[in-house]
Design a protein around this ligand. Structure first.
Ligand code: TYD
Length: 213
């Protein structure tokens, strides 16, 4: 049986990851793989309800972090773990790195507390932690991201934050990459959509060759 694969996609709001995730899903489907395309916060009926709350209600920073991890726990148990056990490809639009970047970097919430919650929520029976095997990070200057978002839809709670919030989120992603460099692939998201797409395709196929060799 083919083994499951777990890939996450990250970046500040406006970095343009959504289009590229759909293309990656298409590539895997063309290669005959079953793909589970999902997102955080969200991915189960309960987690989607939690998403509504965290994206639209003002709340205490610890409450926000706990709700992100509560939604993640449900998502892992109901969707991600069963999919990986079946041998599917799980493509997740944001995962725990977003909590470190947004709640840790952006909000300035305690990094070590997030690490404790991560250990609790992502623990596997063998004592290791469930993490994406590859994280594609769409890295972009917050000023450029803000220009892109200005012409987009009505902003949610995070999207309406000022540029310095996103500079701190970006620093959070960079810190996380520094802690776990082996699974991160940084993409320069300031490039044209085509160039970004080509980079994403290359990163995913190079990684696939490595893990399936
Ligand atoms: P996003 O993934 O950008 O979805 P959409 O494209 O529909 O707007 O929105 C999710 C928002 O939630 C984004 O602003 C980042 C934020 N977020 C956190 O603050 N912490 C987290 O742990 C996660 C997963 C997301």
């Amino acid at each position: 049986m083919t083994r499951g694969l777990f890939i996450s996609f990250e970046g500040i709001d406006g970095a343009g990851k959504s289009t590229h995730i759909d293309r990656v899903a298409q590539l895997f489907r063309e290669a005959g793989r079953a793909v589970v395309l999902t997102r955080e916060p969200g991915g189960t009926p309960l987690s989607e309800k939690l998403r509504e709350l965290v994206l639209h209600e003002a709340m205490d920073a610890l409450t926000e972090a706990l709700l992100m991890f509560a939604a993640r726990r449900e998502h892992l148990v109901q969707v991600i773990e069963p999919a990986l056990a079946r041998g599917d490809v799980v493509l997740c639009d944001r995962f725990t790195d977003a909590t470190f970047a947004y709640q840790g970097g952006g909000r300035g919430f305690d990094w070590q507390v997030l690490a404790q919650l991560e250990r609790m929520v992502q623990a596997l029976p063998d004592g290791t932690l469930r993490q994406p095997e590859l994280t594609v990070w769409f890295d972009l200057d917050p000023q450029i991201a803000a220009q892109r978002l200005a012409s987009a839809r009505v902003p949610d709670k995070f999207e309406s934050q000022p540029a310095n919030f996103f500079a701190a989120v970006r620093a959070g992603y960079a810190k996380r990459q520094g802690e776990m460099p082996e699974r991160f692939a940084r993409i320069d998201a300031a490039q044209s959509m085509e160039a970004v797409g080509a980079d994403v395709g290359r990163v995913v196929s190079d990684w696939l060759k490595k893990v399936t060799a």
